[in-house]
Design a protein around this ligand. Sequence first.
Ligand code: PMP
Length: 293
Amino acid sequence: MSVRISINGQMFAKEDAKVSVYDHGFLYGDGVFEGIRCYNRRIFRHQQHLDRLFESAQAIDLTIGRTREEVRQAVKETVRANGFDDCYIRLVVTRGVGDLGLSPSKCYGGPTLIVIADKIQLYPEEKYREGMEIVTVTTRRNSPDVLNPAIKSLNYLNNILAKIEVNRVKAEEGLMLNQHGLVAECTGDNVFLVKRGVLLTPSVDQGILVGVTRGVVIEIARELGVPVREGPMSLLEVYTADECFLTGTGAEVIPVVRIDGRNLADGKPGPLSWRIIERYRELVAREGDPLDE
Ligand code: PMP
């Protein structure tokens, strides 16, 4: 059976799940989205993802036109309709159908709400065991005073331009710097370092998406008694780190062992990375908003 997708509350087979070419999500990237995971019939950090979706919508003055509870139920219903125990959920809200001008005030029909439940594998399985290689890209992360990366909008061209650079050199992910040349994040994940037992990650003011997984990892570190420092991060700190890993809903927690052609420490995933990965896997297996509530 093909994947079933919800558009404005109606369920469609993947082949028939279509939106208008006049939808401003398509014409202008005018909309917001979330990537969420369901493990063991439980939606991990569901409320946090919904909060971020509504905040992103508010930031672009988009009225979703449904309550959080209605969106929560739409997500669960879509996962149930697909019969998945484990899946990746893409929740998209666009400005809806308008005319060919860019003004949102002409989108009369109201927003389009799409829920897709499907499978995703961002990186090859062995990279989760052996660690992966990333490169610093020349494309700078959007400056927060132009388009704040904290808004999870449908405008991902900044990240895509970075990913093109990554693909060109056949690396797995790209490290993006902010307008000051300090580390921001990767194209679809947040970045963490371990140095002398301290966990380091760029602070929100460095121009990043405030990742849900990033938040979970910070919680885990505190629980393990590991000091966490959020702040500016230079490439020098990256090159001289003992460990590095990336976090994201799609990526989960994945170790990094090579950056810009340099091995980190001994070129193997480090011990604190492993402890955090193990704890993360334990958490996702038992926490979450149950599908069969
Ligand atoms: N940064 C960017 C640019 C992202 O697109 C994402 C999500 N794919 C993340 C970080 C990680 O966020 P989360 O942990 O909430 O999935």
